[in-house]
Write a protein that binds this ligand. Structure first.
Ligand SMILES: *Cc1c(COP(=O)(O)O)cnc(C)c1O
Length: 462
C-alpha cells in the first residue's frame, strides 16, 4: 500500500459531497442521515485505497445505500423439487389471501362484533370456516402447529401423563421434538411399544390414574417401513372413550380435502381424523392447507375451550394480517372443484409431468446459452411435497440438469458449488440442488419462464 498517498489524500468536505447534484439525489431517495453515513463509509474505504474523486465517492455511497435498502426477504425461484419447502416459505399464498392481507393492514373488526357493537373474538373469523369445513364442534387458530401442540398439551395434560407410541416420538426440524415439547408443557411422557411395532395392549397396559390422554402423532417427515404395526386410530379412540381419556390426533400436514382427486397420494384429512374418533386435532396452516403460517386446533367444544382459555393462547394468538390470509384461504375450500385453480401450492403439486417437461423444454435454450462449457439436459426426477408431508410419496417431474463438461472429476464439485452460488446471485435467486455430479433445477415450480430466461443473461457462469 502506498502510505504516503494514503496520508496525502484529503477527502472533499461532507458539505461539498452532500450539495453536489448526485448527493442531493441520494438525500432525496435515502434521507440525509443514511446518505451521510454511506459517504463517511465511502471515505474510509477510499482512504485505504489512496483516495477517490468526489464523483467516485458519491457512486460508492450510492452502491452502499442500495445494498443497505435491499429487502432482506426476496422472492426466489424454488427449483429444489420440494414444493412446500420450509426454508423457502412453505405454501405460496393464494391471491385472495394476499388481497385480504392488504385490507387487514388498516383498521379492521379484528375483535369487534359489528352487529352488537361489542367486543368480538378474533378466532371467530376463521373458526366458523374450520367448523363448517371439518365438521368439528369448535376451532381456534394459533401461530403455528408447534404452538398448537404446546397449547393442547399444556391445557389438557399438564401435571399428568400422555401415552404415545415409540414410533411416533418425532423430531420436526430443529428444536421441535415431541418428548421435549411434552416436557415443556409439563406433561409426563409414557412411551409404549417399540420403534417399529406398537399394539393396543401396549396402550392398555400403560393407562394409570395419572393418564390424561392418548396422543397419536402422524410420522410426517419419515416413514417406518418393513416389519411394522401401529394401532388403528379407531381402536385408540375406542380405548380412550372407554377409559375416559382424551384422544389427541396430531396430524401435522393438515389436509382439508382428499388429495387423491388431484392424482396425489392419500393424506389423512382432518375430517377423517375427527370421524375416526379424535377428540382434538392439531395441524399446520401453511403445509397442505396452503395458507399462511398458523396452527389450527379443532375438536370437542369443551376441550377447545380449555385450550382457548389457557394463558399460553394469548402468547401465541394470530395477528390480524395472518388471520385475514387464513380466512381467505379457508373460504377457497368452499368450492373444492376450483381449489387447484386458486391455491398455488395445490396447482404446483398437481402439475402434470407433461406440463413440467414442456416448461423445461422452453427454458432449456436460455440455460444452455448461459452455461458454455456445461452439458445442459432435461432429465426425469421426483419432486417432493415438502415440509414433511408425505415423505415417501414422490411426484414424477422433470429437471434441467447441468453437468460440467470436460474430464476433470476433481474440479467438478467446486464448479457445481460455484454454479449454485452464481444462480443464487441472480436478481431473483434460483435455488436448485446438487446430486449425482449434476446441478438439478426441478421445473415443477417454474412458472414465470420469461423472468427466469431473461435473467439468465446476467449469470456469471463458472
Ligand atoms: C410440521 C409439523 C409440526 C410443526 O408444525 P409447524 O406449523 O411448522 O409449527 C408438528 N407436528 C407435525 C407432525 C408436523 O408435521
Amino acid at each position: 500500500m502506498d502510505t504516503s498517498r494514503e496520508a496525502n489524500w484529503r477527502p472533499p468536505s461532507m458539505d461539498a459531497l452532500l450539495s453536489a447534484a448526485a448527493g442531493v439525489d441520494l438525500i432525496a431517495d435515502y434521507g440525509r442521515q443514511a446518505t451521510t453515513a454511506a459517504l463517511r463509509d465511502a471515505i474510509v474505504g477510499a482512504r485505504a485505497s489512496g483516495g477517490m474523486t468526489p464523483d467516485a465517492l458519491l457512486s460508492d455511497a450510492a452502491l452502499r445505500l442500495i445494498a443497505r435498502r435491499r429487502r432482506s426477504i426476496q422472492p426466489v425461484f424454488n427449483l429444489t423439487g420440494s414444493v412446500l419447502h420450509t426454508n423457502l416459505g412453505r405454501a405460496p399464498l393464494a391471491s385472495a389471501a394476499l388481497a385480504a392481507m392488504q385490507t387487514a393492514g388498516g383498521f379492521v373488526n379484528l375483535e369487534y362484533d359489528l352487529a352488537s357493537g361489542r367486543r368480538g373474538q378474533r378466532d371467530d373469523h376463521v373458526s366458523n370456516w374450520l367448523k363448517r369445513l371439518t365438521g368439528a364442534e369448535a376451532a381456534i387458530a394459533v401461530n403455528n402447529n408447534a404452538a398448537a401442540v404446546l397449547a393442547v398439551l399444556s391445557a389438557l395434560g399438564k401435571g399428568r401423563e400422555a401415552i404415545i407410541s415409540r414410533g411416533e416420538l418425532v423430531e420436526i426440524g430443529g428444536a421441535f421434538r415431541m418428548p421435549d415439547v411434552m416436557a415443556a408443557a409439563g406433561v409426563t411422557l409414557r412411551e409404549v411399544g417399540a420403534t417399529n411395532r406398537t399394539h393396543l395392549a401396549d396402550y392398555v397396559n400403560a393407562i394409570t390414574d395419572a393418564t390424561a390422554m392418548i396422543v397419536r402423532v402422524r410420522p410426517s417427515n419419515y416413514a417406518i417401513v418393513g416389519f411394522t404395526s401401529s394401532v388403528p386410530e379407531a381402536e385408540l379412540a375406542a380405548l380412550a372413550r372407554e377409559r375416559g381419556l382424551i384422544f389427541y390426533d396430531e396430524l401435522g400436514a393438515g389436509a382439508l380435502v382428499d388429495f387423491t382427486r388431484w392424482g396425489l397420494p392419500y393424506e389423512r384429512t382432518v375430517q377423517d381424523a375427527l370421524k375416526g374418533g379424535a377428540d382434538i386435532v392439531s395441524f399446520s396452516g401453511d403445509k397442505l392447507l396452503g395458507g399462511p403460517q398458523s396452527g389450527l386446533i379443532v375438536g370437542k367444544r369443551d376441550l377447545v375451550a380449555k385450550v382457548a382459555k389457557h394463558p399460553l393462547k394469548r402468547a401465541i394468538r394470530l395477528d390480524k394480517v395472518t388471520l385475514a390470509a387464513l380466512e381467505a384461504t379457508l373460504a377457497l375450500y368452499d368450492d373444492p372443484d376450483s381449489l387447484a385453480a386458486h391455491l398455488p401450492g395445490l396447482r404446483l403439486l398437481s402439475r402434470p409431468a407433461a406440463a413440467i417437461h414442456a416448461a423445461a423444454t422452453r427454458a432449456l435454450p436460455a440455460l444452455a446459452a448461459a452455461l458454455p462449457g456445461w452439458a445442459v439436459a432435461i432429465e426425469a426426477c421426483s419432486s417432493q411435497i415438502g415440509s414433511g408431508a408425505l415423505p415417501v410419496d414422490l411426484l414424477p417431474s422433470h429437471a434441467l440438469t447441468a453437468a460440467p463438461a470436460g474430464p476433470d472429476p476433481k474440479g467438478a464439485g467446486r464448479r457445481l458449488a460455484a454454479l449454485g452460488a452464481a444462480l443464487r446471485q441472480l436478481p431473483v435467486p434460483v435455488i436448485g440442488r446438487i446430486a449425482e455430479d449434476r446441478f438439478w433445477l426441478d421445473c415443477r415450480c417454474l412458472e414465470d419462464e420469461a423472468a427466469f430466461g431473461a435473467q439468465l443473461r446476467l449469470l456469471d457462469a463458472p
